[in-house]
Design a protein around this ligand. Sequence first.
Ligand SMILES: Cc1ncc(COP(=O)(O)O)c(C=O)c1O
Length: 446
Amino acid sequence: MTGEEIRELEKEFVLYPWMFQKAVNPVVIERAKGNYFYDHTGKQYLDFSSQFVFSNFGHADERMAEAISAQLRKLENAASPFATEPKAKLAKLLAEITPGDIKKAYFSTSGAEANEGAIKLARMATGRQKIISRWGGYHGSTFGAMAVSNDYRNWACEPSIPGVVHCLGPYCYRCPFGATYPSCDLLCAKHVEDVIRFEGRENRVAAFMSEPIVGANGIIVPPDGYWETVREICDKYGVMLIIDEVMTGFGRTGKWFAIEHWNVVPDVITMAKGITGGYVPLGATCMREWVAKQFEEKQWVHGHTYSGHTLAMAAGVAAIEIYKQDKLIERSAELGHYLLDKARELGEKHPSVGDVRGVGLFVGLELVKNRKTKEPIHDPWMEGPRPPTAKMKVLAAALQEGVYCLPGQTSVIMLAPPLTIEKSEIDFAMGVFDRALEIADAEVEK
Ligand SMILES: Cc1ncc(COP(=O)(O)O)c(C=O)c1O
């Protein structure tokens, strides 16, 4: 088939996620290798957001192809009540790389499902209903996951599940409490305690749930002390702490899991994306021993046909071996400093860049109309058809020059290349953004 034929067939027969279907006009991808993918004309693109932040060790890795095809020849899948070697191995590996006494894993097939599992786990383990999560978080598009998320996308499915309460999160660049770190005394963390108390504390609140670093809604890094304080508050009220590492897990921030930057052990960690590097869909809800113990005598009333799918398990084992073999976690930490420095140089040069922040290979450039007022270059909390925003124009210009970056929701450009990225490739991408950002600079208020 020609590229045109593929595109036209998809436009006719595929309903695209999150899109006004009239606006669908996809690049047709034919193949990929390492940090690059290629369209049907042979044009090369540097993948600067690991697709949707899952291709953590690049595309078409031979070791993954080997592991997956070997498993396929032996046993493609066994129903979830059976034990298999890759499932046993992956569960043990996850217990080894997750912090503290996180031990048991429940397997599913996506980030949203991993979070649905966490919500049910918290309710069943504590016998309470309420889940507190944060405005501006993203946890997936199924009903429960959407309910604990918050951006314009969850308004489309409201009313969703009852019992979810949102609170404010840290955002030092635009502190919702009008304070400045560190003299703020971590008002954002203390606010969590207020909300837990207002919502019925240990009698009614099952869990506090959040990304460790907000991803899709703007790469927002919390100040030091935030997570330590929130952990203490959760302990004080017996509230479970659920950390969603779907985007930040598997080396993205220079640690296996981002929460490790603050030496905090959550009760539950959810993960997907990087767990297989995107080679096979897989999600996991991993829990501490005390949580798992609740289900010795109590039924775990939850399941999926493909829980522990054998191919996904084999892919997970092979992926963790690659992260270890290629020292990718360490690499992310090291190259992350390089990427952040380069992004800061762009920030100094371009008036449209209001803030540059990030950890590891997870860096955001927040675009503003005015550095003084910090007015975002477009309103991220806007429903309905949007005119092409300055950010989208910048990303389109970068794509034209062969650098792909995912179009997230807010006015933040997310830089999240594979952990296998080279310094020279970072330099190339930064050169492309240096030119593309002039489009946004033109919209800055004089
Ligand atoms: C932090 C976070 N949680 C959950 C999800 C949902 O994952 P999935 O799209 O695999 O359901 C995402 C997806 O981007 C995410 O970034």
